[in-house]
Ligand binder design. Sequence first.
Ligand code: PLP
Length: 234
Amino acid sequence: MANSTRQIADNVERIRERIAAAAARSGRQSSDVTLVAVAKYVDVATTRTLVECGCRVLGESRPQQLWEKATALSDLDPSWHLIGHLQRNKVKRTVPVVSLVESGDSVRLLDELNREVGERAIRLPVLLDFNVSGDVSKHGFDTGELERLADRLMSWPHLEFRGLMAMGGRTSDDHAVRAQFARVREVRDRLQDRVPSGIRLDDLSMGMSGDFEIAIEEGSTIVRVGSALFAGCD
Ligand SMILES: *Cc1c(COP(=O)(O)O)cnc(C)c1O
């Protein structure tokens, strides 16, 4: 455990250096990019280690895991992002523990989130999940759907739309990955022109262990890094 703690601390430090360097290449500062430490591969104890290594924002793709870890780590008070599909029957328990739902992927989910959040008289930050690769096995909106949504974001007054979340398609071709991230940014720019004033789609959540530097160079403000945090641990 002590060894893996040191390994994780080293990994976090390296990743932060790489984030800072990529941010500098895109004319920004490391503070302009949020590192979401994706904890879905590890147990509660190792997730605790992540927070102790300075990761204040954690990501989980499964709601139940998120609830369980949020309870177990409440003494450390990290922020939680949900990054995976949320079924509507899990909305009630998820809303009170997350600071950002990155995976706003259907109109029905947005309806349910808005209703739940409205009852609590709070507001909830949400990203729209853009299925940029067009992969039919993935959740999320396509470009046309996003454009139609842009005209009606006011119909969810309790949700605070902050931008887009996207995943690069399965390819090891850096040029193709970069082109996809650039496309996410372009779609966001077009949506920003359409949405009612007052809504700021400033956030682009894109980039994972294998491609976060390219994503930052293309304008990402949130990177979701999982496996690279645990490299060298067994
Ligand atoms: C698992 C996951 C990640 C992290 O992926 P790594 O390649 O392990 O860094 C990021 N985003 C989403 C939505 C995920 O499900």
